[in-house]
Design a protein around this ligand. Structure first.
Ligand SMILES: Nc1ncnc2c1ncn2[C@@H]1O[C@H](COP(=O)(O)OP(=O)(O)OP(=O)(O)O)[C@@H](O)[C@H]1O
Ligand SMILES: [Mg+2]
Length: 335
């Protein structure tokens, strides 16, 4: 009887990786399997182990497959590159439209301008906006090891759930397990390289995506974005409590759309009220990171793919973002 694929998988499932004392498929992935009559072709990706152990692993698998009837075994083993990311920071708000993506984009660029190695992961399942804000119109390249190469703009490595769909304007209906799988894939299968910071732009609710980021990724900190008004603060407080519940320290609160300065008469108007962000940080004993004004140019520059911090114009808002980034660097170097 010809060899069956399930028999081959059973062999792989019950093989241990030498040195690691872990089952092969619990830490490694089966990338390709092709069983034809008594010929088997397998391609595996595993955590890095010494060359001698790779040879032992190959010999073990080949022998076990021959024992069940394989005549010819072709086996390739490649290494999963370990992510070398120092701090993963999730940006959350609770309420939609308060400017998480705008803030994530500008802060990522400000951190990169300060000499840090930075990536952003757009985990917004409903409306992944980061490609637009960063002015990215292409899809990332996938290399021969099936690793996704992030697209670099303004010194920041960008990956978005939007890259997984046909067109950014196509509505996406994600079921829970799919959300989890997609986010894990965007973290694990991306060649992030060495990073000081990976910012994760969360969707505006405390649902599956936020839970996956908090439970499955080695998240180090959270940042809360709110507008000054009470309803936004109330929703942002829920996000803040979620971080606390999961024992993830909150780096601070950023108040966005804090005030509007009339471009004609320079009068300052607090359209969304006053002081919500500062109140929230005081009540929850987390740092207050800064107030970003509501500014037509911030909106325009986001739509045009040339964020405020990346533009050559020296505006006050640009410097506020840079100051927030400096506080983030200072507060993450404490421990
Ligand atoms: N400080 C600001 N000044 C002017 N416009 C802003 C500012 N912050 C955000 N916006 C604009 O408000 C809109 C919503 O912002 P953004 O998409 O960043 O919010 P979000 O919280 O990520 O939204 P969502 O909840 O949909 O993910 C965008 O059009 C953006 O350009
Ligand atoms: Mg957003």
């Amino acid at each position: 009887m010809p060899l069956q694929q399930t028999q081959v998988i059973n062999v792989l499932k019950t093989t241990f990786i030498p040195g690691l004392k872990k089952l092969l498929l619990s830490v490694g992935t089966l990338q390709k399997i092709d069983v034809r009559e008594d010929e088997v072709l397998i391609s595996l990706m595993i955590p890095e182990i010494p060359e001698g152990d790779v040879n032992t692993l190959k010999d073990t698998i080949t022998k076990r497959l021959k024992d069940i009837g394989a005549k010819k075994v072709g086996l390739t083993v490649s290494f999963k590159t370990e992510q070398k990311i120092k701090d993963i920071i999730a940006i959350a708000s609770g309420k939609g439209g308060v400017g998480k993506s705008t803030v994530s984009t500008n802060i990522a660029i400000a951190l990169a301008k300060s000499g840090k190695k930075v990536g952003v992961l757009d985990a917004d399942i409903h409306g992944p906006n980061l490609p637009i804000m960063f002015g990215i119109h292409e899809k990332p390249f996938v290399n021969e090891n099936k690793r996704i190469i992030p697209i670099e703009r303004y010194g920041v490595k960008v990956i978005s759930l939007g890259f997984l769909v046909e067109s950014p304007s196509t509505p996406i209906i994600w079921r829970g397990p799919l959300v989890t799988k997609a986010i894990e894939q965007l973290y694990n299968d991306v060649e992030w390289g060495e990073l000081d910071y990976l910012l994760i732009d969360l969707p505006p609710e405390t649902g599956d995506a936020a839970l996956t980021v908090m439970q499955s990724l080695p998240l180090k900190y959270g940042i809360i974005v709110t507008t000054p008004q009470d309803v936004s603060v109330a929703d942002a407080s829920k996000a803040l409590k979620m971080f606390k519940k999961m024992n993830i320290p909150v780096l601070g609160v950023i108040e966005n759309m804090s005030y509007f300065i009339c471009p004609k008469c320079s009068e300052k108007t607090e359209i969304f009220g006053h002081g919500g962000g500062e109140r929230m940080s005081l009540e929850n004993e987390v740092p207050f990171l800064g107030k970003i004004p509501l500014e037509t140019k911030v909106r325009e520059s986001g739509d045009n793919g040339m964020p405020t911090v990346a533009s050559s114009e020296e505006t006050e808002t640009k410097h506020i973002f840079i100051d927030v980034a400096k506080k983030i660097i200072k507060n993450t170097q404490k421990d």
